[in-house]
Design a protein around this ligand. Structure first.
Ligand SMILES: NC(=O)c1ccc[n+]([C@@H]2O[C@H](COP(=O)([O-])OP(=O)(O)OC[C@H]3O[C@@H](n4cnc5c(N)ncnc54)[C@H](OP(=O)(O)O)[C@@H]3O)[C@@H](O)[C@H]2O)c1
Length: 259
């Protein structure tokens, strides 16, 4: 795949690094600083979007949702039969097609930042105009970034909250646990290493044991023991309800981006 990445910020650069194994990449960013960074990272650089479009058959649009309309209205006359892949939160396929001048080869993706370490969770939805061959090419190329979930577009805002924003919630939990370790007397670096082992190991336990988290909780929390003290405190403070509300609020914000 000859892939042009437009926007070399957080997500564009994360994709570029992961996809270097499976695609020929050319990058363009409006900002001089980001272009310098892409050059330092040894990616082929386009001096303008038109040159990039000429070079590539797939275009990954990695600009902020507020910038996507402006970008597409500038390049729509050059797109021809290129496949457009947008990762913009809250921006629907119907809108993308419209601002791209009725272009039919449009793909909507919702990745998360973990694509940078090839462990992303990525939602995908195709417009009808994307052929089976092009879909297969996308699956093959993007599978180096993590797992792809082909879901209906109606679930994209929920996926955005759960997986797109999800890493930030997990990073906040990791930091909170590490700070708890500091309160208990560990240096932060040691506490962080312990927390990361605990989280990685716990995720692997859920994946590999085939048991659901509530079954595994019972294996750790013995009757009248120490763990149930902590769990009871979390429940009293509304831990699960807070997490559920957090995802709900995030999903609502993704929906509001459209209006
Ligand atoms: N960050 C995440 O974890 C995450 C997760 C899922 C989805 N996303 C989606 O990914 C997209 C990018 O997010 P991000 O966090 O990577 O944003 P970002 O760090 O701000 O990167 C966007 C880059 O695109 C540049 N840009 C703006 N307009 C442009 C144009 N017309 N042509 C070329 N470059 C242009 C921006 O330059 P300036 O800064 O000069 O404007 C910036 O360097 C968003 O639509 C977001 O919804 C992000």
């Amino acid at each position: 795949m000859k892939l042009g990445i437009i926007g070399y910020g957080n997500m564009g650069s994360a994709f570029a690094r992961a996809l270097r194994k499976s695609a020929h990449i050319t990058v363009y960013d409006i900002s001089e600083d980001k272009r310098e960074r892409a050059k330092k990272d040894r990616f082929a650089l386009a001096s303008d979007p038109y040159f990039l479009i000429k070079e590539c058959d797939y275009l990954l649009l990695a600009v902020k949702p507020k910038d996507i309309g402006n970008l597409l209205s500038h390049i729509r006359d050059q797109i021809e039969d290129r496949v457009l892949i947008s990762i913009a939160a809250g921006v629907e396929i119907a809108y993308l097609k419209e601002v791209a001048g009725g272009h039919q080869k449009v793909v909507r993706m919702m990745p998360n930042i973990n694509v940078e370490v090839s462990r992303g969770a990525i939602a995908v939805c195709y417009a009808e105009g994307v052929s089976e061959e092009e879909r297969e090419k996308i699956r093959e190329t993007f599978s180096v970034c993590g797992n792809l979930y082909e879901i209906p577009e109606s679930l994209f805002d929920s996926f955005t909250a759960l997986a797109g924003s999800g890493p930030a919630f997990v990073f906040a939990f990791i930091d909170a646990l590490a700070m708890a370790g500091v309160k208990e007397g560990f240096p932060y670096e040691t506490a962080l290493r312990v927390v990361l082992d605990t989280i990685e190991g716990s995720a692997l336990m859920v994946k590999e044991s085939g048991k659901s988290p509530d079954v595994l909780i019972k294996r750790v929390a013995s009757p009248g023991g120490t763990t149930i003290e902590g769990l009871a405190y979390l429940e009293r403070k509304g831990f699960r309800g807070t997490v559920i509300k957090c995802v709900e609020k995030t999903s609502e914000k993704a929906k509001r981006l459209k209006s």
